[in-house]
Design a protein around this ligand. Structure first.
Ligand code: NDP
Ligand code: MG
Length: 402
């Protein structure tokens, strides 16, 4: 663990939490900085990390004056104009520097907002150091849920959900013990292709899939929302965050994205959390927890809410969800394979090498062909992640789906 003798940045108020944002240039990262700008007496940004976008990172450093900034892409780091960064911000390179930043002794909260399994290292480092982790990077739990929750318990780290559905469940649970929970129901917007048939999905383009009806997000999660793989990953995320069984987790389509999930208790009572579809609210709740304070999120306009719709998921047209259910049930090595294969398949779809339907088809084939290990090590999971990506790289799409 890397200990700094001096505090990174003096706190703006004794109440302020000292926050590091991993993935600060992304959709969740920039929303986190909106929240920080709105709540300067509660949040002090002490470290920021991005991958490639050094100009955006430099602008963020000018605004928030963190002591440390990290870039993890080598060629981006080699091109950086250091004069774009403030004098008081030390610019560092690499994943190890990001992990060390997450472990700094005077950091209170680490926002884990890198996309994909690339976010695992920083999240792991923060958990290892016993930090409060505001977790957006669901892939960490999908790949290594058993190991990371066990590590968190051992190191007394806290995983606070940022994903809107899981924040809703966390809020509805409100310290009720697991034994009082019958089941949870995750809501899904249904994505841009809700109501389409398989035949209609054969030829949809990345550009169409990137148009989400209710949320503005990074490209990878937007494609995951179109295939419903995002909901599959969220089932696994819920399984690990709340210690549920796969059988206790259900999914329902709710196109308005206002009710962010339900918890049904053993007495039949159902609690839900509602708010406009704006990630700044769950981010803020994770950063100010256990307190609630006024923030930048708009209020629900009750007069404009004419109806809430609910529909079952069309599991035949969107088979990714059943893959998530299967992986939540089987555990072990399945999550790493599902996630690695999906990341590689989404990249190939965005690159116009795969048809839309090929994503779930290819992920299923890779999942089914892997050698299942019920108790993998972290090294084993990382090796499986690499293997799954290679398998997808070798996959030849059917001509119809190219
Ligand atoms: P974005 O693509 O918008 O941002 C990703 C961030 O991660 C950027 O800061 C990017 O840096 C950085 N990054 C990308 N690749 C790497 C890498 N290989 N190593 C290190 N850093 C990298 O993603 P989102 O903000 O949409 O999503 C982030 C996470 O939050 C995901 O796990 C997603 O599932 C989850 N989430 C997102 C929601 C949303 O509304 N967006 C909602 C709920 C969960 P750079 O910009 O420099 O490339
Ligand atoms: Mg979500």
């Amino acid at each position: 663990m890397n200990r700094s003798p001096e505090p990174l940045t003096p706190p703006s108020s004794p109440k302020a939490k000292r926050v590091v944002v991993l993935g600060s240039t992304g959709s969740i990262g920039t929303s986190t900085l909106d929240v920080a700008a709105a709540l300067p007496e509660r949040i002090t940004i002490v470290g920021l990390m991005a991958h490639i976008k050094w100009r955006e990172l430099a602008e963020q450093c000018q605004r928030f004056r963190p002591a440390i900034a990290v870039l993890t892409d080598r060629s981006a780091f080699d091109q950086v104009d250091r004069s774009a960064f403030p004098v008081g911000t030390e610019l560092k390179f690499g994943t190890d520097a990001a992990c060390a930043l997450a472990q700094e002794s005077d950091v209170d909260v680490v926002v884990s907002a890198v996309v994909g399994a690339a976010g695992l290292h920083g999240t792991w480092a923060a958990v290892e150091a016993g930090k409060i982790v505001a977790l957006a990077n669901k892939e960490t739990l999908v790949v290594a849920g058993a190991l990371i929750t066990e590590l968190a318990a051992r190191r007394n780290a806290k995983l606070l959900p940022v994903d809107s559905e899981h924040s809703a469940i966390f809020q509805a649970l409100a310290h009720h013990p697991l034994a009082e929970v019958e089941r949870v129901v995750l809501t899904a917007s249904g994505g841009p292709f809700r109501g389409r048939t398989t035949a209609e999905l054969e030829r949809v383009t990345p550009e169409e899939a990137l148009k989400h009806p209710t949320w503005v997000m990074g490209p990878k999660i937007t494609i995951d929302s179109a295939t419903l793989m995002n909901k599959a990953l969220e089932v696994i995320e819920a399984r690990w965050l709340f210690g549920l069984t796969a059988e206790q987790i259900d999914v329902i389509v709710h196109p308005e994205s206002v009710i962010h999930s339900f918890v049904e208790f053993v007495d039949g009572s159902v609690l839900a959390q509602l708010s406009p579809p704006d990630m700044r609210l769950p981010i803020q709740y994770a950063l100010t927890y256990p307190h609630r304070v006024p923030g930048p999120t708009k209020r629900l306009n009750w007069r404009a809410l004419s109806q809430f719709r609910f529909e079952p998921v069309d599991r035949e047209t969107f088979p990714a969800l059943d893959l998530g259910m299967e992986v939540a049930r089987r555990g072990g090595s399945c999550g790493a394979v599902l996630n690695g294969a999906n990341e590689a398949a989404v990249a190939r779809f965005l690159n116009h090498e795969f048809g839309f339907l090929e994503i779930a088809r290819c992920v299923r084939a890779v999942l089914q062909s892997h050698h299942y290990d019920p108790t993998p090590t972290l090294e084993g999971l990382l090796a499986l992640d690499r293997w799954a990506r290679q398998e997808v790289g070798r996959w030849t799409p059917s001509p119809l789906n190219r």
